[in-house]
Design a protein around this ligand. Structure first.
Ligand SMILES: [Zn+2]
Length: 307
């Protein structure tokens, strides 16, 4: 009797397990772990690591970062969006991922009290808006989108750093009126006009707008400073062509509330550089240049806040 009963119980348990598994498969979309998104788990892990560090009463390293406390690193592309394919035949999305992980680990090693969060932790497609929105949600002090370059011909070589065009960061007067902008230089911040043209009743709105404009202008200036800092450090580490700091209309930078840049670490399409960039040695140099940039930028922000 008890023999039969135990078998029945086993059968019920197996049936329940099968049901549960089938239910799991049906209820949660692919790429999720029992309904919990993996980036969420890893982000929580990053946060938990920082909190436990504080709770353990561990002091921050003597010379830690002061202003840059949360860094969001964005490994360019992912999933369906493979990015460029160069001479080494390795997709850009894998190279940016490797670079991002290494950078994250090295920052953690040096500054265990600083939060470093990736926008994606595995081969997953994400919209540009999602990446920036995520950085804003995390309250990041810095956003770095990592990429490798490609050109239609094989002569293009070197590294460059981008930040968002002023016209994209701050709508100028012409843009507000819907008129075409002649050049990026002509675009002004638009700080002067809102108060003068508005009626007394909407004075508070004007103040809010003024604050927003000032925030945008500061974000733009700091992005430029960060781009310059990164480009200078890449120049010290990489023996390639310095293509300079550039401003462009990059979707991945639009809407960012913190200093935000796109780093193009080298050309995948160049016969020599395309081979170099997939090597560990090149990746290490870029990582070192970026860590030094984080430190330099932090020091500049500290310096600025004293004025
Ligand atoms: Zn790219």
């Amino acid at each position: 009797m008890s023999f039969i009963r135990s078998h029945t119980i086993v059968a019920i348990l197996i049936f329940a397990a099968v049901l549960a598994t089938a239910g799991t498969a049906a209820a949660f979309p692919p790429g999720t772990l029992t309904g919990i998104d993996l980036p969420t788990v890893l982000t929580l892990d990053d946060r938990a690591r920082a909190f436990s560090f504080e709770l353990d009463g561990k002091k921050a390293p003597k010379k830690s970062l002061q202003k840059v406390r949360t860094i969001v690193i964005d490994p360019g592309h992912g999933g369906e969006n493979s990015g460029a394919l160069g001479v080494a035949e390795i997709k850009e999305k894998y190279l940016t991922m490797a670079l991002a992980y290494r950078l994250r680990d090295q920052i953690h090693r040096k500054y265990p009290d600083v939060k470093v969060i990736l926008t994606r932790y595995w081969d997953k497609d994400m919209s540009l808006t999602e990446r920036v929105h995520f950085a804003n949600l995390m309250g990041a002090d810095m956003f770095m989108s990592l990429h490798y370059n490609a050109a239609v011909h094989d002569r293009a070589v070197g590294y460059e750093t981008y930040f968002l065009l002023a016209s994209e960061a701050t709508p100028g007067e012409e843009e507000k009126k819907g008129e075409p902008i002649a050049t990026a230089k002509n675009v002004v911040s638009g700080i002067e006009t809102p108060i003068g043209t508005k009626k007394d009743g909407v004075y508070n709105d004007a103040l809010v707008e003024l604050k927003r404009d000032l925030d945008r202008e500061r974000q733009h200036k700091e992005s430029g400073l960060l781009a310059e800092t990164i480009q200078n450090n890449l120049a010290k580490k990489l023996e390639s062509t310095n293509r300079g700091v550039k401003q462009a209309n990059f979707g991945v930078l639009r809407g960012a509330l913190m200093p935000a840049v796109v780093v193009e670490a080298g050309f995948l399409t160049h016969p020599k550089e395309g081979q170099k960039v997939v090597e560990k040695n090149h990746r290490e140099k870029v990582v070192k240049a970026l860590i030094k940039s984080v430190e330099d930028f932090d020091a500049k922000l500290v310096e600025r806040s004293k004025k």
